[in-house]
Design a protein around this ligand. Structure first.
Ligand code: SF4
Length: 259
């Protein structure tokens, strides 16, 4: 598959949210001037969750305080390495607020779900690559792949931001349905469980998906990738997310509020 243009789910959704931001990042290859503290904190929580399951797989049983200690150490190290490349955007908040909020999410996750989790982990940050459309491929990293007692594989994604939804769906649901397309292509499974774990409020949204449903999902995903790949105009879509956009120093539309 060498030489094929590669799309991730976030590349597709970036195009749909703001084509100009897509152009800066994926067409022009510009680096964002900063990373938001929310995205940074989410990365550190993900790293800690991955560490917890690695420890469990190795036969150890990390306690809540082990998990929080691991998280805090990685947060501080990464914060030091970022050397001012991070930005706190919401007024009246500070880095320490986000550091604490991540630690609270992690501790809550440990108490309410990790300790009782009986799934067998079969992959963490599991990479996939799939040829999805003529000359194009789709890739992603699945936070956790796990098997239940009946042998059904679960595709699990941990979410730290946004407002948790009341049912499976939306952009997060679309993302896992797209990942299911890749897992059906790679394995002989007839059925998968998609699981969204919202660490902010401790809710879990799940959906079972059968192989027959993946065809329609693949078709829709292929169409979305085609839209982005074949675009030749990239208008800005200014709105509230502009403050979190690391290209807002370049963009002439920053400051307009029309989205
Ligand atoms: S500042 Fe706003 S309109 Fe401009 S590229 Fe970023 S998200 Fe798009």
């Amino acid at each position: 598959m060498a030489g094929l243009e590669t799309f991730s789910f976030s590349r597709v959704t970036t195009f749909e949210q703001c084509a100009r931001r897509y152009r800066y990042r994926y067409v022009d290859g510009v680096r964002e001037a900063f990373q938001s503290i929310e995205a940074f904190m989410g990365q550190q929580v993900h790293a800690a969750v991955e560490w917890m399951f690695q420890e469990k797989d190795a036969g150890r049983a990390p306690r809540v305080d082990d998990a929080v200690r691991q998280y805090s150490a990685t947060f501080d190290r990464a914060w030091g390495e970022a050397r001012g490349g991070l930005k706190v955007i919401k007024q009246g908040t500070a880095v320490e607020d986000y550091r604490r909020s991540g630690a609270e999410m992690l501790a809550d996750f440990h108490r309410t779900r990790f300790a009782a989790d009986r799934l067998e982990t079969i992959g963490l940050e599991r990479h996939f690559m799939l040829e999805i459309d003529e000359g194009r491929r789709f890739q992603g990293f699945i936070d956790r792949l796990a098997r239940d007692a009946s042998g059904v594989v679960h595709i699990i994604d941990y979410k730290t931001g946004g407002r948790p939804p009341t049912r499976f769906g939306g952009k997060d649901g679309d993302q896992l349905e797209a990942y299911a397309v890749a897992m059906f292509a790679e394995t002989g499974a007839d059925e998968l469980v998609l699981m969204l774990e919202y660490l902010r409020n401790g809710s879990t949204q799940t959906r079972r998906i059968r192989r027959g449903e993946a065809e329609e999902t693949a078709r829709r995903l292929g169409a979305r990738i085609r839209m982005a790949a074949e675009a030749n105009v990239f208008p800005p879509s200014p709105g509230t997310l502009c403050d979190w956009c690391g290209f807002n120093d370049l963009c002439e539309a920053y400051g307009r509020r029309s989205r």
